[in-house]
Design a protein around this ligand. Sequence first.
Ligand SMILES: *[C@@H]1O[C@H](CO)[C@@H](O)[C@H](O)[C@H]1NC(C)=O
Ligand SMILES: *[C@@H]1O[C@H](CO)[C@@H](O)[C@H](O)[C@H]1NC(C)=O
Ligand SMILES: *[C@@H]1O[C@H](CO)[C@@H](O)[C@H](O)[C@H]1NC(C)=O
Length: 469
Amino acid sequence: MKSPSLSFIVLIVLSICLIHNTSATTENEIIIPQYWINTKFIRTIDITTAVVRENIAILAQNVHNEPLREYYFPINENFDVHLSYITVKEKKTSKIFNIVKADFDSFKRIQFYKIIFDRQIDPHEKIVFIMSTAFIHMLTPYPVEIAQSGRQNLLFRGNLYGNSAYTTEQQKTTIKLSTANVISYTKIPGVSRNGNTIIYGFDKKKPDDYEELLVHYEFQQALLTIKGVRRDFEISHWGNNLAVEEHYNLTHDGAKLKGQFSRLEYQQTVYTHHETIMARDFLLVLPGHASEVYYRDEIGNVSTSRLRKERERTILEFKPRYPLFGGWNYTWYYGYNVPLGDFLKYDHQTGRYIFQVSSFIDPFHNAVYDKAQIRIILPEGASNVKVELPFPVNKETHTVFKTYFDSKGRYLVVLDKYNVVQEHSSPFLVSYEYSTLELLRKPLVASTFFFCGFLLSMVYSRMEFRIGK
Ligand SMILES: *[C@@H]1O[C@H](CO)[C@@H](O)[C@H](O)[C@H]1NC(C)=O
Ligand SMILES: *[C@@H]1O[C@H](CO)[C@@H](O)[C@H](O)[C@H]1NC(C)=O
Ligand SMILES: *[C@@H]1O[C@H](CO)[C@@H](O)[C@H](O)[C@H]1NC(C)=O
């Protein structure tokens, strides 16, 4: 009698599992209509630095029977998380085409990007455009550990065939290295190598064709990653001052140090100018009029910092308390004041203040940035704030920053961006409206504060007087 009910329960449990499973594995497979054919696909992969920059010149032909304006480009999820930027321009005119993140194929784990041309491409017509992409953290040290003054080798892994949502008839791939010391690379018939370039060529390839491309080569430089940078710009109309403070979390992502650190060996390396991946001397570029410069790490003031005034800029040179080897971190912050007029202009036509940040990030020793946060603290009462950036950021937040003596709190703009590289070191603008009457707010608040305090202390002293009597 017991067994049928048991099997019934088992059946129910099983079917629940099945329902659960099917609902959990609803895959979203994306089918891209084959409206294009890549007649030619000329790819250049630049691995001369820590950033993998890939440019592809694509000659695409409309093989559909209607005019087309859109072209899809796939990036594998494993690569997409490391994508720093993706831009497209027409080869002939250098005109920038719009590119947007499109669907994600959860079945093949592919992110699609959609290029939108500036015009319709007629049936049989061709268009030549150049895709530029950059990826960070795509190069891994191998071996993972090396001796203190040893040589570092990196592994680059990619797809031997270019990513494409369409069939490609002919392709050529050139890999550029900073060295001719190549340990190994994927060898197929027809591959050729000339010093620090490796060239592959292929005939017809279908969209899903994949074969691993592996290049193992020497890279005797530090692999620096800024895990996070926070840059604060505080505008004070009242003091005609711009206060800047920047916080850095730096990691050396190169091959890890094998064994113990030897100070003797370190001194020898420095003395003989031996080429190592150790990082020791850094410099930061500050504005020419920077004053009251300070620089600190977790412990305090660093005595090995030096300030050098040049005509147009100020150079802050510093040595961390210890040299950086693979896997080692260093955290510091620095700051300075600079006359506001150097960065802030008033536009009489629009009645707006225009604040120019000279660079989204300060390029720091070829480092890549996992995350950059820019905070612009505008004066209290700033309104109608607009940010104009030459590239998209991950997050733009407008909020309130409260400090002492502010009645309403100041206007705070926060910009967050991930996977930042040198190409993002371009200027941007923050504009706002601000009434000169607002200038009076702070002293008014402050004097009211003092006046109240004065009154209170008067009342208090009188009370005391009375009690005393
Ligand atoms: C640096 O790292 C610390 C500890 O993880 C973190 O609290 C801080 O926010 C980081 N700073 C930046 C600028 O990313
Ligand atoms: C920090 O160190 C620098 C360089 O030695 C020195 O000039 C400066 O006075 C120090 N600052 C403080 C606050 O100790
Ligand atoms: C460096 O920081 C990372 C976290 O960002 C941590 O996991 C690692 O242990 C640190 N390395 C050292 C040598 O302290």
